[in-house]
Write a protein that binds this ligand. Structure first.
Ligand code: SF4
Length: 299
């Protein structure tokens, strides 16, 4: 059965804007995180071999030489079996002569279903980068948002990727614990980052998306969100605790649509500069009066 390939929303990281988006799954196999509305209403399924071949043929027809990067969609393409992914990667590198990198999102459960050796095989076959939304290193936050893993498992997932030699781009969400859990979220998240040592780290700010369970919780009075200044303080608290090993570089970005302030630098080199910019923003945001949580609500 063929689908119109783009009949449901497609999400990809900002850095994949020029990539060929190849759908190998539809939706998200987990689809239970309370803060996420990306694939609500989309029934998860694996794309058939025929459907994947059809997309590859269409892109090849458009211009084989122009494809340099490919992003495997949807929400957690790593859920696909290692054997099938290896076959897909082989076809992709045979078809597109200038292909430099294939990447995908990865949920922690999917990473944990693969051994370091399997991840290494996938990396050797050209799956060079995984985008992993760890969100928090704190057990209680991960449980509250229904991430499906413990803090320890979240760390193990990140470690497995870095041990395999794949590049790891990791996302965390500032504000995810609300007011009460903020300090612990900051502390445990920084600890997890320090153990995992990702290659890239993106700090997003919590948004209460329409259709998400977290927005419902807020409307029922069950979730007390941080103000923008509280979120920036939390980000500062995390980054001030982050220790990147000597000789390792971690690109830090805070330039998602959710962020109040656009920040970019390399850790550990730019840590003091990033903290100073956060302190400046905290001072500015502290002057905001009548903050309205619905300013945080989009889509
Ligand atoms: S955050 Fe990721 S794993 Fe969680 S429901 Fe959304 S797409 Fe799925």
């Amino acid at each position: 059965m063929f689908f119109d390939t783009y009949d449901t929303p497609v999400f990809r990281p900002p850095s994949e804007a020029r990539s060929f988006i190849l759908r190998v799954t539809r939706g998200c196999a987990h689809n239970k995180c309370t803060y996420c509305n990306m694939y609500r209403g989309v029934q998860f399924m694996m794309c058939s071999d025929a459907d994947i071949s059809k997309q590859i043929a269409l892109a090849a027809n458009y211009g084989k030489a122009s494809v340099k990067r490919i992003f495997l969609a949807d929400g957690d393409a790593l859920v696909v079996s290692t054997d099938k992914l290896l076959k897909i990667l082989s076809v992709l590198y045979e078809t597109f002569p200038n292909l430099q990198r294939v990447s995908s999102y990865a949920a922690p459960q999917d990473i944990l279903r693969k051994s370091v050796e399997e991840l290494r095989q996938l990396k050797e076959a050209g799956l060079k980068l995984l985008y992993y939304g760890m969100e928090s290193g704190d057990d209680s936050v991960l449980k509250a948002v229904n991430k499906g893993v413990t803090g320890q498992e979240a760390i193990e997932a990140g470690r497995r990727v870095t041990l395999s030699g794949m590049k790891l781009s990791m996302m965390i969400i500032c504000g995810l614990a609300g007011t009460k859990g903020s300090e612990q979220h900051a502390r445990e998240t920084a600890k997890a980052i320090n153990i995992i040592q990702p290659n890239m780290l993106s700090a997003l700010c919590l948004m209460l998306y329409r259709g998400s369970e977290l927005l419902n919780q807020y409307e029922r009075g069950e979730f007390d969100p941080l103000s923008p200044v509280g979120i920036m303080r939390e980000m500062h608290s995390i980054i001030s605790r982050v220790e990147i090993n000597a000789g390792h570089h971690c690109l830090f970005r805070s330039n998602h649509v959710s962020n109040y302030v656009q920040l970019a630098g390399t850790l550990p080199k730019d840590k003091n500069m990033l903290l100073a910019e956060m302190e400046f923003s905290i001072e500015k945001l502290a002057k905001l009066k009548d903050w309205d949580v619905y300013n945080n609500t989009r889509y």
